[in-house]
Ligand binder design. Structure first.
Ligand code: PEP
Length: 250
């Protein structure tokens, strides 16, 4: 069965180094008695500073993306080796902003997932449908395809290092949250896909986070659902006043 809840904050392209330090310090204080698994993913520029604050606490250090190559002539990219050097433990891959704004396709995301695992990182693999896809009745098939692609070539042993984040694109940063029932139905479907690929015990133990306008007011209802094992939080992760109550949902 699942190893408890996992609440992650994706700070996206927010926070100067000083602001990131301030938030990280507030979170380590606010979450020190928290009972779940926690992660913060600041911008690359703040990783080192935030890493020095969360090191040795119950908050993991995450990156929001990584290059698909180990090193070389890739201007503007950041490599797994550089992230490892900074103490990063988890890499978020396939976020909808990477898929849709920066046109990352499933093959590229899968390459990044494999590279991250090869270097010992945990991965949060994001999947989710657009509004158009949902309205066309394709939410399940899109999430299935992104999950299968994302995990292609990955062994059952390595899947233990992967968390899936179901993030309906229409709910990200829009204030629209999937109902707990709708989110749970997609989570259950993704779990079935994992069972088909890796067997029931892997499917029963994989953590599936929900992401999309999670707030202190809706966190508990979402987490109460059988197949929702945590949250990937964007906007509400930028302030301790909103992230801490989500992370300690009652
Ligand atoms: C996200 O970016 O992963 C996200 C879920 O954002 P928000 O919580 O702001 O919708």
């Amino acid at each position: 069965m699942r190893r408890g809840y996992y609440i992650a904050g994706n700070w996206k392209m927010h926070k100067t180094r000083g602001e990131a330090i301030e938030l990280a310090a507030a979170l380590t204080a606010g979450l020190k008695d928290g009972e779940h698994k926690y992660l913060v993913a600041p911008s690359f520029t703040a990783l080192e500073a935030v890493g020095s604050i969360v090191k040795g606490t119950n908050i993991l250090l995450g990156a929001q993306d990584v290059a698909s190559e180990e090193q070389g002539a890739h201007t503007g990219e950041v490599s797994v080796l550089q992230l490892k050097d900074l103490g990063v433990q988890v890499i978020i891959l396939g976020h909808s902003e990477r898929r849709h704004t920066y046109k990352e396709d499933d093959a590229l995301i899968n390459k990044k997932v494999k590279l991250a695992l090869k270097h010992g990182f945990e991965v949060i693999l994001c999947v989710g449908e657009t509004l158009e896809e949902r309205e066309a009745g394709q939410a399940e098939v899109v999430c299935e395809s992104q999950t299968i692609w994302g995990l292609s070539g990955i062994s059952a042993a390595d899947v233990a290092k992967i968390t899936i984040a179901y993030e309906p694109v229409w709910a990200i940063g829009t204030g629209k949250t999937a109902t707990p029932e709708d989110a749970d139905a997609i989570h259950a479907y993704i779990r079935k896909v994992i069972a088909r690929l890796y067997g029931q015990s892997v499917a029963d133990s994989i953590i599936i986070q929900y992401g999309g306008s999670v707030k202190p007011e809706n966190a508990a209802q979402l987490m109460a659902k059988e197949n929702i094992d945590g949250a990937l939080v964007g906007g509400a992760s930028l302030k301790a006043d909103t992230f801490v109550p989500i992370a300690k949902f009652a």
